[in-house]
Structures are given as structure tokens and as C-alpha cells.
Ligand binder design. Structure first.
Ligand SMILES: Cc1cc2nc3c(=O)[nH]c(=O)nc-3n(C[C@H](O)[C@H](O)[C@H](O)COP(=O)(O)OP(=O)(O)OC[C@H]3O[C@@H](n4cnc5c(N)ncnc54)[C@H](O)[C@@H]3O)c2cc1C
Length: 284
């Protein structure tokens, strides 16, 4: 692994503007300078730009054979969109060595430097990895249009996301079930969440261990964030230590868990291509 994690720096410390061109060396120098002064803050360091390797899945259909992809080849499953859902589907379906799976993704591979850095997402929203949608003019916002980011990259919106691990509330699934989505109640979906998860807190009634998606606590929450949570508690807002624990209300104040591990963000795409147990032969 090329990324040497020493610790974590909160997003609060990021330059907030999305500058079009980032001078990485300059930024890194400035960043390290700040860190030297701010001894209480910690950071991720890296040795070079090469973080992760993926296999190319975005096959061009313009030529009969392109990058080794033969257009005349047939597949048992064709998945359009290599986003969060598409990657999970491709991953699970390709476990069966006897079937072949084609995953078509309109965006690029997830090789951008900032995808894998936990605090990198401000550089991704609005970049060429974003479809850059906008809302219609919003009357209640003085007719402003609101940016509506969606990931255009392997791993989809998750790849440009904040990486909070939040499943929604049990009531959401209960409502789905009541609306006719049989098999989508909280008791039905929970086993699949547990199966997918590798929570570094360990296994419990609401968390799984050993799945492909690593979930962890923030290694070193920012001091400002800690102060915010403590301030909330002094106002009698209940402390919520686990927003995915459906045995109690989701209301409260606390820290989210994140899909990060070993100093890097984890996405469905990274799970798909890095899981050692995954037979890849059937996947294009
Ligand atoms: C900025 C941002 C921050 C977020 N933060 C969080 C968070 O912290 N925690 C959380 O739980 N959720 C977060 N989300 C939401 C989460 O990312 C999405 O709910 C999730 O990714 C949706 O999965 P999906 O598979 O439905 O769609 P997507 O992940 O968006 O995948 C759709 C994929 O289809 C591809 N595609 C579209 N059209 C075509 C085509 N014609 N041909 C081929 N490919 C195509 C797209 O390029 C994309 O890769 C965030 C989303 C955004 C945008």
C-alpha cells in the first residue's frame, strides 16, 4: 500500500474553494507547513500518486475489438452503470465462475488521486467525475438553481461522496413494505447490510464483520467537531453513538461511522476490484 496513514485531519481544514487547477506539490508543501504549526491536527501522508489499481471495465463499443474487449462476445449479465448498486451486483454475480458479467460505466476508472483520500471529495464534486446536474430554478431559493452532483465514475456517486455510513432508518424500509415492496422491510434488508459490512467495531446485532465493505469510526475527530457534539449534549440533545442501530431512535447527536479504512476511502468499486476472495475471471 502506497498510502501511509499517520492519522486523520478533518475536512474543516481543507481549502474550501474548488480551484480548477490544483498545484499538488505546492498544496502538499503548504499543507505540511500548517500541520507542523498545528501539532494537535494530524494528516494522511502519501509516497506517490499511485494508490489503487483497477481493471478497465468501461469498454468502448465503437470498435469490434477495443482494449482487448471483443464486441461480439456474449455475456450472461450486462449491468449498465458501475455505480454503488452496479458494482455490488457485478461483484456478487461474478462470484459464480460459470457466468460472465459485463459492467458498463459511462465515467472513468476510479484512479483520481482525491477519490481515495478521505478529505478529497470537495475536489471531486464539480469535476469531470461529476455529471454536474442542476435543479430547476427554485422558487423558494430566490429562483436559484441548486447544484445536484452525481458521480460519473466507477463506483458512481459513492466515489465522489462524503463516505458516511448511514443506512436510513428502519421506518423508511417499513414504509416501503407498507407501500407494497414485499421483501424490503427492515428485517428483510438487515441481513444483507450485515453481509456486506466489515465493521471495525466488530459484529453486533446491527453490524457485520467479514464483508467486503469496510466501515470504521473516524480515527481522530476534529476538535471543533468534538466541541459541537459536547455542546449539543449540554442542550439535552441525546447522544447517539450509532446511527445505524435500529434498536433506538435515530435522533441525537454524535459521530457517523465512515466507509474508510487504513487511511483511505472505501467504495463499492474498490471492494469490487480489491477483494481477494473475488474470482475476477468472469468479469469484464
Ligand atoms: C456528493 C455526494 C455525497 C454523498 N454522500 C453520501 C454519504 O456520505 N453517505 C451515503 O450513504 N451516501 C452518500 N451519497 C449518496 C450515494 O452516493 C448514492 O445514494 C449512491 O451512490 C446511489 O447508488 P446508485 O448505484 O443508485 O447510483 P450511482 O452510484 O450514482 O451510480 C450510477 C452510475 O451509473 C452511471 N451511468 C449513468 N448513465 C449511464 C449510462 N447511460 N451508461 C453507463 N453508465 C451510466 C453513472 O456514471 C454512475 O457511475 C452521496 C452522493 C453524492 C452525489
Amino acid at each position: 500500500m502506497n498510502l501511509m496513514k499517520t492519522s486523520f485531519i478533518s475536512c474543516c481544514c481543507l481549502p474550501t474553494c474548488k480551484s480548477s487547477k490544483v498545484d499538488r506539490k505546492g498544496w502538499k508543501r503548504a499543507f505540511l507547513k500548517v500541520l507542523k504549526r498545528k501539532k494537535s491536527l494530524r494528516a494522511y501522508f502519501w509516497k506517490d500518486k499511485q494508490y489503487i489499481s483497477t481493471v478497465p471495465v468501461a469498454a468502448s463499443l465503437e470498435n469490434d475489438v477495443h482494449n482487448g474487449f471483443d464486441r461480439s462476445r456474449e455475456f450472461d449479465y450486462v449491468i449498465v452503470g458501475g455505480g454503488a448498486a452496479g458494482c455490488v451486483l457485478a461483484s456478487r454475480l461474478s462470484e459464480d465462475r460459470s457466468s460472465t458479467v459485463l459492467l458498463l460505466e459511462a465515467g472513468k476508472e476510479d484512479s483520481n488521486f482525491y477519490i481515495h483520500v478521505p478529505m478529497g471529495f470537495p475536489y471531486l464534486v464539480g469535476s469531470d467525475l461529476d455529471w454536474k446536474y442542476q435543479s430547476a430554478n427554485e422558487e423558494k431559493l430566490f429562483d436559484r438553481k441548486v447544484i445536484w452532483p452525481r458521480g460519473k465514475v466507477l463506483g458512481g456517486s459513492h466515489t465522489i461522496s462524503v463516505a458516511l455510513y448511514l443506512r436510513g432508518s428502519a421506518n423508511d424500509y417499513r414504509d416501503w413494505e407498507k407501500s407494497g415492496a414485499t421483501g424490503w422491510g427492515p428485517e428483510d434488508v438487515l441481513p444483507y447490510f450485515l453481509k456486506a459490512e466489515n465493521n471495525l467495531r466488530g459484529a453486533s446485532a446491527y453490524h457485520g464483520k467479514g464483508g467486503p465493505l469496510k466501515v470504521s469510526d473516524l480515527p481522530s475527530p476534529n476538535e471543533m467537531s468534538q466541541a459541537f457534539v459536547i455542546a449539543g449534549q449540554t442542550l439535552d440533545i441525546p447522544c447517539n453513538k450509532d446511527f445505524n442501530d435500529w434498536s433506538h431512535s435515530q435522533e441525537g447527536i454524535g459521530f457517523f461511522q465512515v466507509t474508510q479504512a487504513d487511511g483511505k476511502r472505501v467504495s463499492p468499486a474498490t471492494c469490487l476490484f480489491t477483494s481477494s476472495s473475488r474470482p475476477k475471471k468472469s468479469l469484464c
